[in-house]
Design a protein around this ligand. Structure first.
Ligand code: 5CA
Ligand code: ZN
Length: 393
């Protein structure tokens, strides 16, 4: 049984999928390369994917790519490259980055652009429910249509209003019924791409894209909706609200959020430019497994700061781990297997899991030799549960 912290209830809850476990994780907006903050979020859900698999579940993992959005169009204009080209290039780079870090790919990897028909259908359902209205050529979702509005984040209106504008919202648009209402269809603007729809030429709003993709590929009431904690509000609140109003059913059972990774004292973000790119590390001499171990040393829910010192320490740690594994014989592996799997099932506690491996390495290097198969057992454990492939060199 995998236990996970649920943002909506503020508690640790048991995730008990019936058969196939269903996971949706919010994907990248591909206007720049993947940084360590993104990577840490995808690593968190990779641990969940692996924990479920180790518990015997098949996992249906869906991830989107926000391949049409304001930041992408702004970047395209600035560098004078077609937005489609930037999106394709950065999405490909993201896939290579994830592969290098041994983050298992989703079963369905779905772009917003290829999902416009699904989005239109969802907006039509919202229209039938009387939950959208027009302002000029734009359409908005009325948050008051959702009785459960606010239950994903648990935030007050004041808290919501404080961040809404910074996170893609437009509280000051004249003509909105409620400043928190979010756009579902943005009428065509000059120089921007647009698609035909019953709502006129335009493009989808952000939240309704993830709602439509998750609803179509996973069905309703799926197991876990995941992303970084910057998506709690408005993104996950709004997509859950839209599905609840359109279908009268719960969007997800659990809302799980990874902490924010900082660099130079501030949240790592494309807009601030304080970035450490996965691809830069990948093209240096640094072992990708050391990059992965550095992230594993931090609990996924905590906010933490990326430092070069920790990366260097991980390189040294892996040297010791490899040496101990190469001995073959070592301290008993069975209790380490049990502890690592239990730590990961307990809200993905990777720091506790890596500490158990450290203890085994120390004991083995000190001469413990009760288990003749220890090296290969621990190697397999590291690979399957923690995604660390430490092949012999
Ligand atoms: N395309 C949307 C989601 S539908 C988006 O938020 N894209 S993103 O490229 O900005 O972020 C991709 C993922 O990385 C999201 O889950 C986001 O919550 C997470 N993320 C972004 N910055 C950080 C950070 N500094 N630390 C940890 N996670 C982050
Ligand atoms: Zn999303």
């Amino acid at each position: 049984m995998v236990r996970l912290h649920d943002t909506a209830t503020g508690k640790q809850v048991e995730s008990s999928p019936e058969g196939t476990a269903r996971l949706y994780v919010c994907g990248i907006t591909p206007y720049d390369a993947t940084h360590m903050g993104h990577a840490a979020t995808y690593l968190a859900f990779d641990l969940l994917n692996r924990a479920w698999r180790n518990a015997g579940h098949d996992v249906h993992y869906v991830q989107n790519v926000t391949d049409i959005d304001d930041p992408l169009l702004e970047r395209a204009k600035k560098v004078n490259v077609a937005w489609e080209e930037i999106a394709l290039r950065e999405t490909q780079l993201f896939r290579e980055d994830m592969e290098a870090l041994r983050i298992l790919p989703p079963r369905d990897f779905i772009g917003a652009v290829e999902s416009i028909q699904l989005v239109i259908e969802l907006i039509q359902k919202l229209q039938e429910a009387g939950a959208i209205y027009q302002v000029g050529t734009d359409y908005y979702f009325s948050v008051t249509a959702d009785d459960a509005f606010g239950e994903v984040s648990g935030w007050t209106r004041e808290q919501m209003l404080e961040v809404f504008a910074d996170r893609g919202g437009d509280p000051d648009v004249v003509g909105k019924a409620d400043p928190l209402d979010c756009i579902v269809w943005r009428g065509e603007r000059e120089g921007e791409p647009a698609w035909e729809s019953p709502f006129g030429l335009g493009r989808p709003g952000w939240h309704v894209e993830c709602a439509a993709i998750a609803g179509r590929y996973l069905g309703l009431d799926f197991d876990v909706q995941g992303g970084g904690s910057d998506l709690v509000f408005p993104h996950h609140e709004m997509s859950a609200g839209e599905i609840q109003v359109a279908h009268g059913e719960q969007f997800a059972k659990i809302y799980a959020h990874a902490g924010m990774v900082a660099y130079d004292g501030e949240k790592m973000s494309k807009s601030k430019g304080n970035l450490v790119f996965v691809s830069t590390l990948r093209h240096s001499d640094v072992d990708s497994m050391a990059v992965r171990l550095t992230m594993l040393r931090h609990h996924y829910r905590s906010d933490w700061e990326w430092t070069n010192d920790e990366l260097v320490a991980s390189v040294d740690t892996l040297k010791e781990w490899r040496k101990a594994l190469a001995q073959g014989t070592g301290a008993p592996a069975a209790p380490v297997v049990a502890e690592v799997l239990e730590a990961l099932a307990d809200d993905l506690d990777a720091p506790r899991a890596t500490a158990a491996v450290d203890a085994w390495v120390v004991a083995t290097q000190a001469g413990a030799a009760e288990d003749s198969e220890a090296g290969s057992t621990i190697r397999t454990l590291l690979d399957a549960a923690l995604g660390l492939a430490l092949q012999e060199r």
